[in-house]
Design a protein around this ligand. Structure first.
Ligand code: GDP
Length: 378
């Protein structure tokens, strides 16, 4: 009997130890108990949300950045004329060299001719200018520098043209937005120009929407977004490598729905093949025209690339009807003469000029302001 109770007691002890071990083991496997404060709080419906999501959400809180007020277009060229003046511009320096000469001997004429050719004025316009200058100075002499300057000014104005319509066509018909299609080779300053152009339009009181239809470079869309957000302009973009025409379509449709004044469409500037370029730009233009007619096609040309840039521009002009030229990087360029052949060969006026990397360094082109800035006149 005693042995029976001893065995029963031993079995009971083993069972108790086993039970205690299991309970302690389980408690260790459980997550630590929440602090008392949490236990008292109302049960949250978001407890199952992963923590990682709440972190970016909290840090993505949009910072309130004040919008910039872009400079009014009218005052820009006068502010930027310093960048075209002789101290900064080799083209202007060459022209003023002529005015500074005591007498115009054969060597002086040759120097001037060389300067004009180097400035990419082109052979034809250079001949015309020299012939006209020689004729005028033979009649009046160059004893009077002011007279010589007048002659040069008039001849340059004749070459550049003072009666072209250089206004931007940004007004749509039937209550629809104006649509500006911007084309040009990558690297010419196209994205920068579109960013600056949106500021010109905003400064003129227009509401603007940008279309990042260069879907081949995500960086281009990011760049546009940065420009747009500074002046409160929205950018419509698509997936990288997506259909550019579909982005253009969505942007113009949004522009119509939102009653925006102007939609500016960026395009890829890949000069792969002429047919490829024609298909791409042709499709974009057709898709837009079905919604709201394209009112302006701007071709961006990098002034520093001279004749080479002109050759590339010709290809674009053959595949799409260009209505205006933006000549970028004219600040400090020795190739300012390119204004003349660009207009002659493409039959389209220069409407805007880029004179620096600053946000408001894009100015409406006007022949008189340009020539006066080159010749250092007030
Ligand atoms: P994209 O590839 O044609 O879109 O060219 P970007 O807009 O990226 O410009 C290429 C480079 O040219 C950038 O470093 C711009 O800051 C610069 N750039 C654009 N326009 C001008 C200009 O008018 N003057 C100067 N000096 N640089 C410019």
């Amino acid at each position: 009997m005693d042995i029976f109770w001893i065995i029963m007691a031993a079995v009971g002890l083993v069972l108790v130890v086993a039970a205690v071990t299991i309970v302690v083991g389980r408690r260790r496997a459980l997550p630590p108990a929440p602090p008392a404060a949490e236990l008292l709080a109302e049960p949250s419906t978001e407890v199952s949300e992963p923590v990682v999501e709440s972190v970016p959400e909290a840090s993505a809180e949009p910072a309130v950045v004040p919008l910039e007020s872009p400079e009014a277009p009218a005052s820009r060229l006068s502010r930027l004329r310093r960048r075209l003046s002789a101290s900064n511009n080799p083209f202007a320096r060459g022209l003023l060299g002529l005015l500074a000469a005591d007498r115009l001997d054969a060597e002086a004429w040759e120097d001037l001719e060389a300067t004009l050719i180097t400035s990419d004025l082109g052979v034809g316009p250079t001949d015309e200018l020299i012939t006209a200058l020689r004729r005028e100075t033979a009649i009046d002499g160059v004893g009077d520098p002011a007279k010589a300057r007048d002659v040069l000014r008039n001849e340059l104005l004749k070459l550049i043209g003072t009666d072209s319509d250089r206004s931007l066509r940004v007004t749509g018909a039937d209550g629809k937005p104006g649509v500006v299609l911007v084309v040009g080779v990558n690297g010419t300053g196209k994205t920068t120009t579109i960013g600056k152009l949106s500021r010109v339009l905003v400064a003129d009181g227009h509401t603007v929407l940008l279309a990042a239809a260069d879907t081949f470079r995500a960086a281009a869309a990011d760049q546009l977004q940065t420009w747009g957000s500074r002046v409160g302009v929205r950018v419509i973009r698509g997936p990288e490598g997506g259909d550019p025409a579909s982005v253009a379509h969505d942007a113009v449709a949004a522009g119509i729905a939102e009653g925006v004044d102007v939609v500016v469409v960026d395009t890829a500037g890949r000069l792969h093949t002429k047919t490829g370029l024609m298909d791409e730009l042709g499709k974009i233009k057709r898709v837009i025209d079905r919604l709201a007619p394209v009112t302006e096609v701007l071709l961006v040309i990098d002034a520093t690339t001279g004749q080479n840039g002109l050759a590339q521009a010709r290809v674009f002009a053959e595949v799409v009807d260009v209505t205006g030229i933006v000549l970028s990087k004219l600040d400090g360029s020795a190739k300012g003469g390119i204004v003349v052949p660009v207009q002659r060969e493409l039959g389209v006026p220069v409407k805007l000029i880029g004179l620096g990397e600053g946000a408001d360094d894009l100015a409406p082109f006007d022949a008189e302001g340009f020539v006066d800035a080159l010749l250092g006149e007030s």
